[in-house]
Ligand binder design. Structure first.
Ligand SMILES: [Zn+2]
Length: 317
């Protein structure tokens, strides 16, 4: 990683304070700029470092943030694990097996969502991982571009699917209004320079183009049920935990209109099973399965109860 400053727009100087130790301390909400931040929970990084992190919440828009999170230069080691399956293809363990099965089904669901916005054209996927989604869309005659920060994942995408994926820095060098649809599947919660990257995304989308963002939902039924054990927090890899209101405000701030919000039913099971693992539950498969089922039943009447949410937003003119 180069020595690129994390923050260079004036706004960020007021909002974010960088410690010398490679830690980012937040003094204000990056979405609504409120400085009314309150301590919310202390959460352990169960999957990798076992370190504790504080979650803070914006009293105004409900955005939750991982306080004192590692900056771009120091976060690398927190991603190094076989368990971090978005970048690997291991199929060990029941939870991983479930994840891989569901992924095949979800590819079709994601395609339907994208094509419900726009029937064909230019698609940019940010955080492509090993390329399953992008390859699927390419086979469906979309012109595809992918960006992925992890060199190992880019290599797998190349070898497995023949996809030529760029490093994430390319986001700042793609042409204005080049894309009909931009997708970010469980990516925005990892992005360090949230507003800077959102401004680029806004620049890249054609007038009336679509932005599709999937993120964990900290206001969901399973998040409330599991509290500090909720796997959707995944600190410190997840820097931002978006309430539906905070996402709507973030989209509007960057020139988008939120058109609809959809749940991701399979995420409730996956996240509940992982949460049970973090709780060291003896009957995790049963209780996790039930919790996932409960979340999805509640989400039928109210999408905002769903474990993860997909936000579909249209570029305003
Ligand atoms: Zn806020």
């Amino acid at each position: 990683m180069g020595h690129q400053p994390l923050i260079n727009a004036c706004e960020y100087h007021r909002l974010i304070y960088l410690n010398a130790m490679g830690v980012v301390t937040l003094n204000a909400c990056p979405v609504c700029k409120s400085d009314a931040l309150r301590s919310f929970l202390h959460i352990k990084d169960y999957s990798i470092s076992q370190e504790d992190f504080e979650l803070i919440e914006c009293a105004s828009c409900g955005l939750r943030m991982t306080q004192n999170h590692p900056d771009l230069n120091t976060i690398g080691p927190y991603y190094v694990s076989e368990d971090y399956i978005s970048h690997t293809n291991t199929s060990k363990g029941l939870v991983n097996q479930l994840y891989h099965r569901v992924r095949a089904y979800m590819l079709g669901q994601k395609q339907k969502l994208v094509e419900g916005c726009h029937t064909s054209g230019n698609l940019l996927d940010i955080g492509t991982g090993t390329g399953y989604f992008l390859s699927h869309m390419k086979q469906s005659d979309w012109e595809v571009t992918g960006l992925e920060p992890d060199a190992g994942a880019r290599k797998v995408a190349q070898e497995q699917f023949g996809l030529d994926i760029n490093d994430i820095g390319k986001l700042y060098h793609l042409g204005d209004k080049s894309f009909d649809v931009i997708t970010m599947w469980h990516v925005l919660e990892h992005v360090h320079s949230l507003n800077k990257d959102m401004a680029q995304i806004s620049r890249l989308i054609r007038d009336e183009g679509w932005l599709i963002i999937a993120v964990p939902n900290p206001t969901s039924s399973d998040a409330v049920h599991y509290g500090k054990y909720w796997a959707g927090y995944d600190v410190p890899r997840h820097l931002w935990h978006f309430s539906p209101l905070s996402m709507k405000l973030l989209l509007e701030k960057h020139g988008f209109e939120l058109k609809s919000t959809k749940g991701m039913p399979f995420d409730a099971f996956y996240v509940s099973l992982l949460s049970e693992k973090y709780k060291s539950s003896k009957l995790g498969i049963v209780t996790g399965g039930l919790a996932g089922l409960m979340t999805n039943m509640k989400a039928i009447g109210n999408t905002h109860q769903s474990s993860s949410l997909i936000y579909l937003a249209k570029k305003s003119l």
